[in-house]
Design a protein around this ligand. Structure first.
Ligand SMILES: Cc1cc2nc3c(=O)[nH]c(=O)nc-3n(C[C@H](O)[C@H](O)[C@H](O)COP(=O)(O)OP(=O)(O)OC[C@H]3O[C@@H](n4cnc5c(N)ncnc54)[C@H](O)[C@@H]3O)c2cc1C
Length: 295
């Protein structure tokens, strides 16, 4: 049963923020693919919803003059996957969001909802962490930006204040120019499957494509929140592209992860997948970057 006390369709972001300020019990709803499922399960009994669904100001994807990519929080996964602005610059993100749920979910679910729900299984999260996205929030005090690296505070929790709307995700040019990456998701089946574990790897090679210049590794469902692996990233810098590095990376990431047992997979199995996905994603990213792994 959908026990919804009140529903306000906002006319703008400013109107949504004002409605959230007016009603201390109100919460935003965008695509509703999380909120409505939870409401039906009775988790938000008597909820007060402020809808930002379909607001044109949240649906834009653009590239600013300095190269910064700006993705409106209300963009659906389908929109992101098909974006001619994003596809040539951040294909990893376009492909990651294409692994969410089913076509119906990807047509309704938004990237803003995926980030604001704060869950470790969100399929966009590892890519956004590896891209060091900046999150733009609008609240009663105005606009602020939060690096995604400071966003997650615990399972299902973020630094977003209750009356704030996430308006956009920003990716600076230095985060995508010269970088290549892959997101690999492990699930028991191909579609309609929440991630058992997901791994995003991004690599920048030296100009001769023989060494790692910089590396980013991020995981979902390998800890209570989506996480980066800074020590493993650092150990690869300057190293030649060889099997020893691939092996070492896969092993070292495990020291930076805290997966848990769940009905989906055991902790031991998640460690095994984490090692394997890191190695596979790294190999693929190196090939995408024009490099090769030597024996
Ligand atoms: C069948 C099914 C399969 C799914 N499969 C996957 C999957 O494979 N991978 C995956 O990652 N997810 C999956 N999901 C979860 C869901 O589709 C995503 O998390 C989606 O991104 C949520 O977006 P939404 O717009 O529907 O969010 P909503 O349900 O509208 O909101 C989610 C949360 O974010 C808040 N919120 C939303 N937008 C904003 C905003 N702009 N500012 C502030 N707060 C906001 C809401 O208050 C709420 O707390 C699945 C869901 C279903 C029902």
């Amino acid at each position: 049963m959908y026990d919804i006390q009140s529903y306000h369709q906002a006319a703008s972001v400013a109107d949504a923020v004002a409605a959230l300020v007016r009603d201390p019990e109100a919460m935003p709803i965008a695509g509703g693919t999380d909120v409505l499922i939870q409401t039906r399960e009775g988790r938000h009994a008597g909820c007060h919803l402020v809808s930002i669904h379909g607001l044109p100001e949240l649906r834009e994807i653009r590239r600013e003059a300095d190269g910064t990519l700006v993705i409106g929080s209300g963009c659906t996964f389908s929109q992101i996957h098909a974006s001619p602005v994003l596809r040539p610059r951040v294909p990893m993100l376009c492909d990651a969001v294409d692994q969410v749920g089913s076509p119906q979910i990807r047509n309704m679910g938004t990237i803003g909802g995926n980030v604001c729900n704060g869950v470790t299984s969100a399929d966009s999260a590892p890519s956004l962490l590896a891209l060091e996205a900046q999150l733009e929030l609008t609240g009663p005090e105005g606009v602020r930006r939060v690096p995604i690296l400071e966003w997650y505070t615990g399972p299902g929790r973020t630094v977003r204040r209750r009356e704030e709307i996430l308006t956009a995700l920003r990716i600076a040019p230095e985060q995508y120019e010269g970088w290549y990456g892959r997101y690999l998701k492990y699930g028991k089946r191909e579609a309609m499957e929440i991630s058992t574990l997901g791994c995003a790897v991004r690599v920048k090679l030296s100009p001769d494509r023989q060494r790692v210049e910089a590396l980013r590794i991020a995981y979902g469902v390998a800890a209570p929140t989506p996480v980066r692996c800074p020590e493993s990233e650092a150990l690869a810098v300057g190293r030649p592209l060889d099997e020893a590095l691939v092996k070492e990376l896969g092993q070292h990431v495990l020291t930076e992860l805290q997966p848990r047992d769940s009905w989906r997979a055991s902790k031991a199995f998640r460690f095994q997948i984490a090692r394997e996905l890191c190695r596979r994603a790294f190999r693929q990213a190196v090939i995408d970057a024009g490099g090769a792994i030597h024996a």
